[in-house]
Design a protein around this ligand. Structure first.
Ligand code: 6YU
Length: 499
């Protein structure tokens, strides 16, 4: 590569994992003038480790989804020594859980009963089969419904009419389906599975390996990557207001910050979340984005998934329990949305995952809630959330004196730099939308001024969107795009394949 290439001024907007990965690779291959402008006072973005009492808790990303060789987050975490020995075993890496780890459940119902899991297992099994089938329409086409939610409800009604005909617990099983729909809202970051496109649900690809956590916190990954780069790489508390790119042969791209500062660059890599882009794309780019990019930003989904960490003095769940499902017995209509959000938002919480191991965490649960109910929850005080969780747990366990010690919630919808949690393929969108979002500006690359603005971030990964590994790979992808550009005399071609 020519020395002029290494002199190129590259500005990265956002210091989440995709921005960090882009900077890391650019610096490693020899680019000299790389800087990151970050709106907040910290690195990591949606990787955010917090504290509940003395416990480490993850406010954002929780697991390495698919910890095995194909996952770059796993490989880096292993290299930095950030994982428990269990996660490193060949058996763990070889497990094919398809995005749904086989956790040991406890099931409680709204009449204060603890169920035998066998009583509702047929519903959980049917739901799992239908989720798998829903992913097959991407290849085979001919989807009978626009959304995953409609498909599941229709199929459960049809299949259960036969299978659960003689069953006096069929209402309870359909209520269990409602709980599973709420689980999937959290997994996918959707308000309702009625928003998740049936024909595109199969875009998301899983990786082998049983999901694992970072015992010292996910931010360890960020710290290690940052420690390999110059300390003055990032300007914090420097929100960007507008990127002045051009179609007219001018050389510089100008990055205008909220405080009026102008930063000149040869290339800008935009890594802001899709939620932020949806809200600000009209003012963030001058001239405006091409129409096809705007439409794709609008079409692709971006929703909220929040956590409610709750600490108890002693457990009310079984010793080996890993997930607690809450089943509302009045919800046999298989709904994943609450009618009266201010009055009943807590009904959207599907239950809790149990933080393990107990010796490390004590008795801490992580409640999960997605959608508009999750955004509403953010407007309440911690005491109000604590009261709602206390009432819920007392009702479902039938124990009127259980009292949580403390609570901590995430607030991703009202975070002004994220505006939600992560992306999903909404009804009406396709792989082309993700490709449009990752396409650099100017759209038709000219020899005089190619690759002015590049796009990374989780929502721009064709099959690992919504994950840390997806985000990281998009940062590397855009760094490689610049490297390829300066390494050849031809304008760089956008990569077609999965990375
Ligand atoms: C994963 C997991 N996980 C839970 C929750 C959340 C997420 N994810 P960033 O936002 O990090 O960085 C952008 C930066 O830009 C940021 O610092 C901003 O401040 C800055 N910025 C914005 N505007 C700016 C401006 N104007 N100027 C300057 N700077 C600006 N991923 O692998 N495992 O367990 C979870 C989870 C509650 C919120 C997650 C998980 C998602 C990841 O956290 C996320 O993708 C990346 O961190 C994003 O990095 P980035 O760099 O792109 O943006 C089967 C099947 C089903 C299909 N889907 C299954 C998917 C499963 C996803 N599951 C997630 C679940 C959890 C629990």
């Amino acid at each position: 590569m020519s020395s002029t290439g290494f002199e190129a001024r590259i500005v990265i907007i956002g210091c989440g994992i995709s921005g960090i990965a882009a900077a890391n690779r650019l610096l490693k291959v020899g680019f000299k003038h790389v800087r990151i402008l970050e709106a907040t006072g910290r690195s990591g973005g949606r990787i955010k480790t917090g504290k509940l009492g003395d416990n480490i808790v993850e406010i954002g990303a929780n697991w390495i989804h698919g910890p095995s060789e194909e996952n770059p987050v796993f490989c880096l975490a292993r290299q930095y020594g950030l994982l428990d020995p269990d996660a490193l075993t060949p058996e763990n890496q070889a497990m094919d859980v398809r995005g749904h780890p086989p956790w040991i459940p406890n099931v409680f119902t709204s009449s204060g009963r603890k169920l035998n899991f066998e009583d509702v297992y047929p519903a959980v099994e049917m739901f799992g089969e239908l989720m798998e089938e829903s992913a097959e329409f991407l290849e085979k086409g001919g989807e009978p419904w626009p959304s995953v939610g409609q498909f599941i409800r229709a199929e459960v009604l049809q299949r259960s009419a036969e299978k659960w005909k003689e069953d006096n617990a069929s209402s309870l099983k359909r209520s269990m389906i409602s709980t599973m729909l709420k689980v999937e809202c959290c997994v996918n970051g959707t308000h309702s599975l009625d928003d998740l496109g049936l024909g595109v649900n199969g875009l998301y690809k899983t990786i082998l390996g049983l999901d694992c956590t970072f015992p010292g916190g996910y931010e360890g990954l960020v710290r290690n990557l940052m420690s390999e780069m110059p300390a003055d790489l990032v300007t914090y508390n420097q929100p960007v207001r507008c990127i002045h790119w051009n179609n007219s042969g001018k050389k510089d791209v100008k990055v205008e910050c909220e405080d009026g500062k102008m930063v000149a660059a040869d290339h800008v890599i935009v890594t802001v979340p899709l939620g932020y882009l949806k809200k600000h794309f009209t003012s963030l780019f001058h001239p405006p984005l091409p129409l096809h990019k705007m439409l794709s930003i609008q079409r692709m989904g971006f929703g909220t998934n929040n956590k409610i960490f709750v600490e108890f003095d002693s457990p009310w769940w079984d010793k080996d329990c890993q997930v607690i499902y809450m089943v509302w017995e009045d919800e046999d209509a298989m709904m994943d949305q609450v009618n009266d959000i201010p009055g009943s938002w807590i009904k959207k919480l599907f239950g809790f995952t149990v933080l393990k191991p107990t010796e490390r965490f004590g008795h801490v649960l992580c409640g999960w809630i997605a959608g508009h109910e999750a955004s509403y929850m953010e407007t309440l005080s911690e005491q109000e959330v604590l009261n709602a969780v206390t009432q819920l747990v007392r009702r479902f366990t039938g124990n009127p004196i259980i009292t949580p010690r403390r609570v901590l919630t995430s607030k991703w919808f009202h975070d002004p730099w994220t505006c939600g949690s992560y992306s999903y393929p909404a009804i009406g969108c396709s792989l082309q939308d993700i490709e449009n979002m990752m396409e650099p500006l100017p759209s038709k690359q000219s020899l005089s001024q190619p690759l002015q603005v590049l796009f990374a971030g989780e929502a721009t990964h064709p099959c690992y969107f919504s994950t840390v590994h997806g985000a990281l790979l998009t940062g590397w992808r855009e760094a490689d795009r610049l490297l390829a550009h300066y390494s050849s005399t031809q304008p760089a071609q956008p990569p077609k394949s999965k990375l």
